[in-house]
Each structure stands twice: as C-alpha cells, then as structure tokens.
Design a protein around this ligand. Structure first.
Ligand code: UPG
Ligand code: MN
Length: 725
C-alpha cells in the first residue's frame, strides 16, 4: 500500500497520498458483517424448506440477496480509501510554459438555465489565475438561443474590465454575481464603477430574456455582431436549426482568453445524444481551433469558486511520474443555497465525498459530468493505442497553425458541428464521450477506466466550483429518475460493470461501478420491507423472526451495524447528524419513487414507447413562495405521479403501527421487529402525513394523490389477507 507516498518534480512535492485512518476498522467490520450475511442466507434457505408461506419467504430472501449485493458494492469502496493533498504553490513553471486549457461549458435551455448565469460561469473561469491567453472557453448551447449568445457577447465586453480588476486586487470570488452580492468586503471606487457596469449588463441581459428576443438595432452596439441575430428567423427552432459558431473574443491581438459560442446543428430526424453529443461537438470544434492538451468540462451552473483550481489539477496532470495513463482529475460537485439541514439530501455527500475517496484508492473516481480536468488524449482510445478520428485536424496531436477566426478553420468547424457529421464514425463509441446512456458521465468514465485510463479525485478545502441543486422534491426525484434510467441503460447493456468490467477493472473496482449501476434495485427491498411486515402486523402474522428466536439478534445487528457504519461514513466526511437523518429519509423516498419507476421508464424506453430524454433540471429559482418553503425546511411535494408508492407505504405503515400498538396486549408474542420497522417508517414519514392532512400551501400533497393512494392502500390491505392467511 502506498503510505505517505510523495511524488515530486525536482525536489518540490506536488502532491501526497495517505490511506484513510478508518481503513482497518472498516475491514474488520466488513468481515463481521459478511459472516452475518452468510448466517442470514443460511437461515432463509432453512426456513424456505420448512416454511408454509413460501412466497413470503421468497420475497424476503430476494430482498436480502439484493441488500447483500448492494452491501458488497458499498464495501468495495470502503476497503482502500485514500486522501490526497496537492501543493499548487510548488507548481513553479514560467507563464509561457503553462499548458493550454480548453474549458467546455454546456447549456441547453435559456429559461431553465438563465443566460446571466451562463455568463457568470464563463466569466469566473476566464478570470482564473492562469495566463489569460492560454485559456479558451467554449460554450455549447443546445437551446440554440439568441438570448444566451447575447449574454455571452455582453460577458466578453465586460470581461475586459472584470479580468484585470480581479487580478489586480486578487479577488477570490470571480463570478461577478457572487462578488457583487456579497457584503463581506469593502468597496473601492473602482469596485463601485465595475459593479455599476455589471448591473447594467445584467439588466440588459434580463431585459432581452424577458422580451424573448434580441433586437439587433437596439441591443447590439458593435458592428461585428450586428447581422448575427438575423440567423434566428421564423424557421429557427431549438430542435431544428443550422450550426452557429461565433468567436466572441480571441487572443490573437490581445492577451485575453478566447471565448467561442457553439450551437451545433439540430434536426428532428438526427439523434443528438444530449449532453454527450454536445461535448463531442465541442471536442471537435476546439481541436480545430486550439486543441489544448487539457480540457475542463463544466455545467453552466458550476461557477469557479477558487481561482487556483487549474493549478491543483496540474499538480497531477503535469507530474511525469504519474501522468502516463492519467485520464482525468475529478473535483467533487458542491452546491450553493442548500438549506441548513439539507432536507432533500442535495449535497449528495455519498456520491461526491464518501464514495470518491474509496474509488480513489482503486483506479480512481467515477466521472460526475462537471468539474473535471481531462487529458484530451483520453478521448482517443486506450493509453497505449491511439484511435484516430476521420481527419488529422481532429486528432489529439494536431497543432493548430491558423488563427481561430480563419475562414477555413471556421468552415471546418461548421462542418464538424453538423448533425450528420458523426454518421459512420467512431464518435460516441470509441472516441469522445460515449452514447447510449442518460448518465453519459458515469458511462464515459467507466469506458475510459476499462480502456486502462486512471483518474484522480481532487478535493481541496476551498471548493473548486459551486453549482445549483433542485429546490423542490419533485425536481429532485425527476433528476434521480433520469439518473436511474441512465444507470439501467448501462446495467442492461453489454457493458454491464460486472460482466464487462471485471476483467479490465478487477473485482473491487467493478463492484464499485456496480454500486451506482445497481442503485435502482434498492426499490425491491424497500418495497418489500415497507409493506410485508406491516401487512403481517395487521393480520397478526409474524413474518420476521420473533422475540423468542435468537435469529432476531442477527436482524437487529445487521440493521444497526449497517446504519452505524453509514452514519460514521457520513460524519467522517463532514456531515452532521441531522443531515444524515434527512439523507437516509431521502434514500427511502427515492427508493419508492425514482428507483421504483425507473424500471417502468426504462422498459418503455427500450420498447420505444417513451421518448423521455434528458430532462434539464431548472436552475431558475424564480418561485419565491417555493424558495421560502425551502429555506424553512418544509417539504415541497406538489403534483407528481412519483409520490404514489411513497404515499401508499406511508398510509399502510401508519395503520399497521396504530393497529399493532392498540393490540399490544392481545398478542401472544409481541412482534417486536415488525413494530420497530413500522415505527421507524412512520417517524420517517412525518412530513408526508403533515403534507397530506395539515397543510394548505402549494407544497402539500394534492388531494387527488392522497385520495388515489388511499384507495390503493385499502385495496392492498385486504389483498394482504389472501397472501398471509
Ligand atoms: O441535451 C442536453 C441536455 C443537457 N445539457 C447540459 O447538461 C448539463 C447537466 O444538466 P442538468 O439538467 O443540470 O442535469 P443534472 O442532473 O444536474 O446533471 C448531473 O447529471 C448529468 C447526467 O445525467 C451530468 O451530465 C451532469 O454533469 C451532472 O451534474 C447542463 O449544463 C445542461 O445544459 C446539454 O448540454 N444538452
Ligand atoms: Mn445540474
């Protein structure tokens, strides 16, 4: 094991790596838990042979098998966690020797992703503490929106003041919106004047967004861009339009970052592969123009919070002792505006922190779509065998030798952004981001790891990026549903992480990938344990081990053991008790909504009966009542079919618990486990009962949902009779 492993260039250390302290206790616990699971399986098989309710025993057996597999996938990430630190101050390279950096920013809808936000994200990275002329920012606009283009033109103009201001005064918040809305610094005259400039620009952008179109005569001052908006004629729609590529500023005459707007050609009859397609277009356009060896990918809401982030990534990417085969350096996703106790588990601490240190000790973290510095070469086949694209100019070794504004460069770029360009090519299969899953990030990372690329998790104390997370429950669950469908697409493909991944990745890493691929399967044990023992309570049939049986201790130990380790993970990675509680509740809610329906959705999609694609999460946050509820930590349900199973389970558990308690003295033997389980579910469901019965605001559970769920619960309960008796 690498213990205090130092890697250095010259004699200045760039990064260190230590195993986490919890490794040994976790391994010991894993051994104990494994024995417990084996005993439990033995018990199940034994009772299956002797049982007079084989169906029920089978259901529990199935659930426990699923739980055991899921536990194994989680444990694979607990066996070798490591923590890294990098020392960017030791990265001593002359400015002219810094590698060039291409930044890709994706946006897809000017109403869900306000153009001013996209502009802020672009400005925040253009202002990196990095030689300006080495940075090129490419914005992909899948919304094909003149509003976004307008905002970026304004951003280009504003950057001429903003960048020097930031660098002169060593400003830390380089997203102007963040800097000017913070009250923690003193205002100089210069700052005041730039603030006014920013506010005027924001007003112009918001005005254009409100009016829905850009009026060239009024809004465009520079001659260079006057004709541009004529492209948006009456035939133009977001799903059907020609390629638009505009170089908004370039470093040929001044020392400034390049800023390029790209909206690839769209046509209703050609598949566009959502974000993966957008990123591949940017890969091609950027390779024609700048072809930087390092690429940073960002979602449009993920602004930079730390101007030295690229140096952190370079500590790894430029270290000759480790950079061969290093595919990407992944930063965690962090979010602004989450409420105090994080009621929707939006911090996603498990995926972005806890699991990451686990992967990092194996082959490296999974890719999470944003905040990731790639080695461009990784998109072109395994480290040892280059897969060349159609023309040399699109390959990773091409050295662009013309100005990015040159006619033939632009012509080639337009061609490469065409909607039929990728036909009969390796794009999406062997080259670039991979197609075929709604979680293109996870899938692409997996394929890169299988090709032999490694990755590194980089999580400096000061967050590198901040983004936006959904602020109402339905949005959280719809997002999770999209992820789950995407994960099922990988699970049920020939690239299943265990069958396909086992050989190239080894047992632990492929199990680690299964951790996500199997997420949707959580819905099975949650449904079984959420309903069967409770129906048992109602009919006085004990389906779990009784208090007098010693087996009851096995169930209790496995349950509390699992929960305790989970809690310790959570606290060790910086969480609090309350956040953990909310997070585990969200896990159950997701299990009974997003995970549950992802199977249906996936089946419909596979049969071509559903055209549900990439549903972009809204980052607009313009519903004030909703935001207020969010700040007060009140659950926001609202109308959605996703809430049905959860509401039914909530009703059944309440009835079962009340029934169980009211009959406490008539039981021959009190069904302790069943009562504990129902009690636990009811405590978790308190916000659901409140939203069903006590609330009047828009965030309550709509009467229709409650009514229908009630009917279904009352159908389910009597049918339990035939099941159990
Ligand atoms: O057709 C599309 C759809 C989406 N996007 C962009 O993709 C990004 C992510 O979309 P968002 O709605 O924010 O999805 P999230 O669920 O929040 O995104 C997470 O999950 C995605 C995979 O489902 C990853 O791509 C993201 O990086 C990751 O942050 C945004 O910048 C969009 O503009 C496109 O460019 N084209
Ligand atoms: Mn997002």
């Amino acid at each position: 094991m690498e213990r205090h492993n130092k890697h250095s260039v010259g004699d200045t250390t760039l990064h260190t790596c230590h195993p986490c302290r919890r490794t040994i206790p976790y391994r010991i616990y894993a051994l104990v838990h494994t024995c417990g699971i084996i005993a439990l399986m033995y018990h199940h098989v034994h009772s299956l042979l002797t049982s007079n309710t084989p169906l029920i025993t089978c259901l529990f057996l199935l659930s426990d098998i699923v739980l055991a597999i899921l536990w194994a996938t989680t444990t694979s990430l607990r066996l070798k966690p490591v923590r890294r630190t990098e020392y960017p101050e030791n990265y001593a390279v002359k400015p002219e020797d810094f590698p060039k950096l291409d930044v890709f920013i994706c946006t897809a809808d000017p109403y869900k992703e306000p153009p001013i936000m996209v502009a802020n994200t672009a400005l925040s990275v253009m202002a990196y503490d990095y030689p300006s002329d080495k940075i090129s920012v490419y914005v992909s606009d899948d919304g094909g929106s003149s509003l976004t283009l307008f905002a970026l033109m304004e951003a280009a103009e504003f950057s001429k003041h903003w960048l020097p201001f930031c660098k002169r005064n060593n400003i830390q918040d380089r997203s102007p919106e963040v800097y000017f809305s913070s009250s923690s610094h003193s205002w100089t005259k210069e700052a005041e004047s730039i603030k006014t400039m920013y506010e005027n620009m924001k007003k112009r952008v918001e005005h254009v967004v409100d009016s829905g179109k850009v009026d060239s005569d009024q809004s465009i001052k520079s001659d260079q861009f006057r004709g541009v908006f004529d492209l948006w004629d009456h035939k133009f729609t977001p799903h059907d339009h020609p390629t638009i590529i505009k170089v908004l500023q370039h470093n040929e005459t001044e020392i400034i970052p390049n800023l390029v707007y790209v909206s690839r050609e769209k046509s209703r009859v050609s598949p566009h592969h959502y974000k993966a397609g957008a990123l591949n277009t940017l890969l091609r356009v950027s390779s024609l123009m700048t072809n930087s060896p390092i690429i940073l990918t960002l979602d449009c809401d993920m602004y930079s919070n730390n101007p030295t982030t690229p140096l952190h990534a370079l500590c790894y990417l430029s270290d000759p002792t480790i950079n061969f085969g290093l595919g990407f350096v992944q930063f965690p996703q962090r979010f602004k505006g989450i409420n105090k106790n994080d009621i929707y588990g939006s911090e996603l601490r498990r995926p972005f922190d806890i699991n990451m240190v686990g992967y990092d000790g194996l082959m490296g973290p999974v890719h999470v779509g944003t905040g990731c510095f790639f080695n461009r070469r990784a998109f072109y086949g395994p480290p040892t065998s280059l897969v060349m694209p159609e023309i040399d100019e699109l390959g990773p070794n091409w050295i662009p030798n013309k100005p990015i504004m040159a006619q033939d460069v632009l012509a080639l770029a337009h061609d490469a952004a065409g909607c039929n360009y990728e036909r009969h090519t390796n794009w999406g299969s062997k080259i670039g981001f991979r197609y075929g899953s709604l979680v293109e990030d996870y899938y692409t990372g997996f394929m890169l790891h299988c090709e032999g690329w490694r990755s590194i998790y980089c999580s400096p104390k000061k967050a590198a990026f901040y983004g936006d997370s959904p602020k109402c429950l339905a949005d959280v669950l719809v997002q999770q549903l999209r992820w789950s469908v995407g994960l099922l697409e990988v699970t049920f493909s020939r690239y299943n992480p265990i069958t396909y991944g086992f050989k190239p990745l080894g047992l632990l890493m492929s199990l680690g990938y299964c951790h996500y691929a199997f997420w949707p399967f959580w819905s099975i044990p949650l449904t079984v344990y959420g309903l069967l023992p409770q129906l048992g309570l109602i009919y006085g049939v004990s389906v779990l081990p009784k208090a007098s049986e010693p087996w009851i201790w096995l169930n209790i130990i496995l349950f509390f053991g699992g929960y305790a380790v989970d809690l310790s993970d959570f606290l060790l990675e910086g969480g609090t008790y309350r956040k953990w509680w909310n997070d585990q509740r969200m896990w159950m809610i997701k299990g009974l909504s997003s995970f549950f329906f992802s199977f249906t959705e996936f089946t419909l999609k596979t049969l071509n009966l559903s055209t549900q694609g990439f549903n972009v999460t809204s980052k607009a946050n313009d519903d004030n009542k909703r935001l207020k509820r969010y700040e007060q930590e009140i659950f926001d349900f609202g109308p959605s079919f996703l809430f049905f199973p959860m509401t039914i389970v909530a009703i059944v558990n309440l009835i079962a618990l009340m029934w169980g308690i009211s009959n406490l003295f008539t039981w021959e033997e009190v069904p302790v486990l069943e009562l504990m389980l129902a009690g636990f579910a009811v405590v978790n469901c308190l916000p659901v009962y409140e939203a069903m019965m006590l609330r009047k605001d828009d965030g309550k559970l709509p009467k229709r949902t409650c009514f229908l769920a009630g009917i279904l619960a009352f159908v389910l309960i009597p049918s339990g009779f035939f099941f159990l008796k």
